[in-house]
Ligand binder design. Structure first.
Ligand code: SAH
Ligand code: SF4
Length: 356
């Protein structure tokens, strides 16, 4: 097989079978990788142009009942200094975000039973009343169909639930007592309810192979989510995976480029984790087809506590500083900041009435 031909075929047809994806991952040279990234960038230019969307990230609780092996706020980590933001805290973040031009807020947290359906409905309703035109994205892990539906009916627009890894066996070893199938079911429920959905996976997980990564690629191709968050696994000192190596920038960026080619209309964040393992990691992600960045809006006093992995960047910067910094980085990479809701383009075409 000739890799340039495979990339050309992927560029043209936005599809490639599993075996050929594995072949690319196993054999691609540096030059061929550059070609892949160029094609991925071309594809993004055709769909979203040079616009990079900003979302304000509010990390509102680090309590979690789950025990994912990789995560620094897993329930077994007794060293985690737990916090919850109040309604007022959250509103302050949203207000700050609106002033900074963020028209989407991502409310992210551990699976915290304190934030019941009623509580979430209250939070969503208050934000939506005040900022009816802005979008709310939730990222609170696995909940029931009924729970997702209540939050959607209250006005939430999107939901991020990374599938983490599409290999069932690897999934089970990383998530005690959990299954990939139930994660997948949640994503299907979310879509059926009407959310714009975000899947995604980590790169460089312990014992993860190129075959596993090709499964991730096939999974996202078949699911066709509106968003796909891809970031390197980064070990956290207080977890059982602390001795493992993390994912690399190169591999993560390669996976982003492949996903952009498989799904030209996907919203593809260049993640904070990528920026945490390389000072220009996010820029590299943007150049490879990434078109979303999520600057932190959480109060600085809690930033260190939302510690999913070691070495997380931007924990000391005020939201306004993050805003300036991120715009500078995006402009320097040759792209421009877009301060609209930034919906998935295919979704927006079908839902014009919901945006205006
Ligand atoms: N509790 C929710 C959302 C918070 S975690 C959930 O799990 O869906 C958000 C994301 O952080 C996870 O989906 C996971 O992909 C990522 N994450 C957690 N620990 C990580 C680590 N050690 N390195 C890199 N990413 C990590
Ligand atoms: Fe909890 Fe999410 Fe971390 Fe898993 S990844 S322990 S669900 S916060």
């Amino acid at each position: 097989m000739n890799i340039v031909n495979l990339i050309d075929s992927l560029y043209k047809n936005n599809n490639l079978p599993y075996n050929e994806l594995v072949y690319i991952l196993d054999n691609m040279t540096l030059e061929e990788r550059e070609y892949l990234i160029k094609k991925s960038n071309d594809t993004r230019m055709k769909t979203y142009g040079d616009k990079v969307y900003l979302r304000g990230l509010i990390e509102f609780t680090n309590y979690c009942k789950k025990d994912c092996l990789y995560c620094g706020i897993r329930s077994s980590n007794k060293n985690a200094d737990r916090y919850r933001l109040t309604m007022d805290d959250i509103l302050e973040c949203v207000e700050m975000g609106d002033n900074l031009g963020y028209k989407t807020y991502v409310l992210q947290g551990g699976e915290d039973p304190f934030f019941s359906d009623d509580k979430m409905v209250e939070i969503i309703t208050i934000i939506k009343n005040k900022y009816p035109k802005n979008a709310i994205t939730l990222s609170l892990g696995e909940r029931s169909y009924k729970s997702y539906k209540k939050m959607f009916d209250a006005g939430a627009d999107r939901y991020l639930l990374r599938h983490e890894t599409a290999n069932k066996q690897l999934y089970s070893t990383l998530h005690p007592g959990e299954t990939f199938d139930s994660r997948k079911k949640c994503l299907e429920n979310l879509r059926e309810i009407g959310f714009q959905i975000g899947a995604g996976f980590m790169v460089g997980l312990p014992n993860q192979t190129n075959e596993h990564l090709a499964e991730d690629l096939r999974f996202v191709k078949d699911l066709h989510p509106h968003m796909c968050g891809i970031g390197p696994f980064i070990p956290h000192t207080d977890t059982p995976l602390k001795e493992y190596a993390g994912g690399t920038v190169e591999k993560t960026v390669t996976m982003m480029a492949l996903v952009r080619l498989l799904l030209p209309d996907v919203l593809l964040p260049s993640t904070t984790a990528l920026g945490s393992i390389d000072p220009t990691g996010r820029e590299k992600g943007i150049k490879a087809g990434g078109n979303v960045v999520m600057p932190n809006l959480s109060p600085t006093r809690v930033r260190e506590k939302y510690s999913l992995y070691d070495g997380k960047i931007c924990t000391g910067d005020e939201a306004a500083e993050c805003r300036v910094c991120i715009e500078r980085r995006i402009n320097k990479s040759g792209f421009s900041v877009e301060v609209t809701r930034g919906d998935n383009i295919s979704w927006a075409k079908e839902n014009i009435d919901k945006i205006n």
